[in-house]
Design a protein around this ligand. Structure first.
Ligand code: FES
Ligand code: FE2
Length: 428
């Protein structure tokens, strides 16, 4: 449970808010590189942290992320002409470069130097691993570029998708660290989804519905470990990584690619659910890539031409009561990604956390909130950079491992929790 002011603090990320300041300390995913496929391609609107922005790629291949609206009289530059190293507003022809600098005001005499005085808000936009990253905070405090393993492995080993989720970022993120829902909500899919099925770990997961949770602080966030019974008195551990503010990585299953998410606020009522799937030591198979593109695993099918899920709030997520009754799906919604999204959206845009009744399996969520609150306070009061900004905090992996009963997971899985190039993931 949170007090109302704590809930407000954690869920509001617009300009001038404390949590907004925290999010602006990080490089966050802004767009997929495929959205700006070539020089002078159409610009793309994107709302991040409640700011309406426009991304474009100029004649020289430089990326820009600028205020969506023209400084003259507020026209959306989405209508702009992407031409000769800049974006020209179609209303009266003012032109901007990728830094937001106005470089031409055709109606004014050039010698007046008027255009030099006009600059739109702009943020860096950098491609890494097929994702365009931005950092919307103070340029003087910009951290090093991100080092997440899914963007540093060779491109044939990794796949990333994104989807608009119609809920606040925090309740989406809390789903990402809440592995106690898996044997309920995803029960019907563990042994049928092509990216989840056929591994010993699923048997352990489905065979013990009372996992014991142990949550331990990591340099960048938390290790959230779920312990279940295995054979011979051993324990099967699933260790989820949470790195601040909103990176979550699900423990692997067998030799499947490993997956996880970023939960990035679009505004306070909507977020971008980024979903990655990669294998640290092998290329993804064609069948795996095809499954990801079809919306299997944690990915979803889209409304064509958008990043909105095809099954969405407006069509009741294509609820199938017969499948629910027969147990083919536990909730009646098809697909692991939409099962999560549908329930999280059903809580309303911002769930009222003053009314919750939390239990021991919610410990990861409770500790994540406290760590966020502490980090926000340290940042706002004393300027302390938050955990997760440092690229060494980002070199993490989730793990699934069977350990003897007397071995703490932190010792037994110590190496497994660090991303090391060319080292296989620890998986059961
Ligand atoms: S509104 Fe853009 S040039 Fe006038
Ligand atoms: Fe889930």
């Amino acid at each position: 449970m949170l007090r109302k002011e704590q809930n407000d603090l954690l869920t509001q990320t617009g300009p001038g808010t404390a949590m907004g300041q925290l999010f602006r300390s990080y490089w966050i995913p802004a767009l997929l590189a495929e959205e700006l496929p070539e020089n002078e391609c159409p610009p793309v609107r994107v709302k991040l942290l409640s700011e309406r922005l426009l991304a474009f790629r100029d004649s020289n291949g430089r990326y820009g992320l600028i205020d969506e609206f023209c400084a003259h009289r507020g026209v959306s530059l989405w209508f702009g002409r992407n031409e000769e190293c800049g974006l020209r507003c179609p209303y009266h022809g003012w032109k901007y470069d990728v830094s937001g600098q106005c470089i031409d005001v055709p109606s004014e005499p050039e010698e007046s130097g008027f255009s030099r005085k006009i600059k739109l808000t702009s943020y860096p936009l950098v491609e890494r691993g097929g994702v365009l990253w931005t950092c919307m905070g103070d340029p003087d405090k910009q951290p090093p570029l991100p080092e997440w393993e899914f963007i540093t492995v060779p491109p044939p080993q990794t796949f990333t998708s994104k989807r608009l989720q119609e809920s606040n970022w925090l309740q989406a993120m809390e789903g990402g660290i809440d592995s106690s829902h898996v044997p309920f909500l995803h029960r019907g899919d563990l042994n049928s989804d092509p990216l989840f099925k056929d591994n010993k770990g699923n048997q352990y997961t489905l065979g013990d519905s009372r996992p014991v949770f142990e949550v331990v602080e990591s340099p960048g966030g938390l290790y959230i470990a779920a312990r279940r019974n295995a054979e011979g008195g051993h324990y099967y551990w699933r260790i989820t990584q949470w790195v601040m503010p909103s990176f979550t990585m699900i423990p692997p299953r067998g030799n499947h690619p490993v997956h996880g998410h970023f939960w990035i606020p679009s505004d306070d009522d909507n977020c971008w659910a980024w979903s990655f799937d990669y294998h640290p030591i092998r290329e993804l198979a064609q069948a795996e890539l095809a499954a990801m593109r079809e919306g299997k695993g944690i990915h979803v099918r889209y409304v064509p031409g958008t990043y909105r899920a095809f099954a969405n709030k407006d069509n009741d997520y294509l609820m199938d009561r017969a499948a629910q009754k027969a147990g083919r799906t536990f909730s009646g919604v098809e697909g692991i990604g939409m099962q999560d999204a549908s329930l999280q959206e059903s809580m309303g845009p911002i769930v009222d956390r003053t009314k919750e009744n939390l239990v021991s399996t919610d410990n990861g969520i409770i500790m994540a909130r406290h760590r966020l609150l502490r980090a926000v306070k340290a940042l706002v009061d004393k300027g302390v950079p938050p955990p997760g900004v440092d690229p060494t905090h980002q070199k993490v992996r989730s793990a699934a491992i069977v350990l003897p009963p007397d071995q703490p997971f932190k010792d037994g899985a110590r190496d497994a929790l660090i991303a090391r190039p060319a080292v296989a993931p620890t998986s059961v």
